[in-house]
Ligand binder design. Structure first.
Ligand SMILES: [Zn+2]
Length: 238
């Protein structure tokens, strides 16, 4: 998925293995190990390569720790080749998947049989899945937002579905709430938590005790749901 598409230059380093170097007009170097176990180095435009690589040596311990952690999550969900027999996540479950000829729609979902992909769109599997997930995300999150807004005590905000990779939701100062389409892969009670969290920001634009009290007034067991997202968020990828 786009999560894995390098937006920068792919390089190899003796210490970190493959990494992605993204140059931009920033002032300092930033290191990030993404949940898909890829190291991303962000550097100012003119930083010499030797400087980047010496920094990787210096931070080797930190990088190895982070990579090991990311790998332990990523290995739970091998990357998909869109072959019959694979499984795809949706609402907290891994569903069976088949490729079939002469389907009416590119991708069909059925609670009994799981996903079926039309053979004619086989080579566009990622795109077709993302479209399907996005459509479902919009429908379901719209329902959720309408359901929870009165319970949180706010008006129904504008809803946006985004391609955000490691951020499940956000709330802008203008009051629009945004959710990553990937959220649709999480269990329903986790989706509910993210929705309530963002709606609660329309009352408290911070993470103060007051904010958490609003969340808890609607979902007393929110902490359990929040922890699930922290522990499993990295595997929600296709
Ligand atoms: Zn928040």
């Amino acid at each position: 998925m786009s999560a894995r598409k390098a937006e920068g230059e792919q390089r190899m380093s003796p210490i970190a293995g493959a990494y992605v170097l993204v140059r931009s007009r920033r002032r300092s170097i930033g290191l990030e190990v993404r949940a898909d176990a890829m190291l991303v180095v962000r550097a100012p435009t003119r930083t010499p390569l030797w400087f980047v690589e010496s920094l990787l040596w210096e931070k080797a311990g930190w990088i190895e720790d982070k990579l090991a952690k990311a790998h332990s999550h990523v290995s739970l969900l091998p990357r998909h080749n869109f072959l019959t027999g694979e499984r795809f996540p949706y609402l907290g479950r891994e569903w069976p998947f088949v490729v079939l000829a002469f389907q009416k729609t590119p991708l069909t979902f059925d609670e009994k049989t799981g996903f079926s992909l039309d053979m004619a769109t086989f080579d566009r599997g990622e795109v077709v899945f993302e479209e399907w997930y996005r459509t479902r995300a919009r429908e379901l999150l719209d329902e959720c937002v309408h359901h929870y807004a009165p319970l949180v005590g706010v008006s129904v905000p504008r809803l946006r579905i985004t391609g955000a990779e490691w951020r499940w939701g956000s709330c802008s100062t203008s009051g629009t709430v945004s959710f990553a389409w990937r959220l649709i892969m999480a269990p329903m009670d986790v989706i509910d938590y993210v929705v309530v969290h963002e709606l609660a920001h329309r009352r408290e634009m911070n993470h103060s005790a007051k904010f958490w009290a609003v969340v808890a007034s609607v979902l007393p067991d929110y902490d359990k749901r929040r922890r699930w997202l922290k522990d499993h968020g990295g595997i929600l990828t296709i």
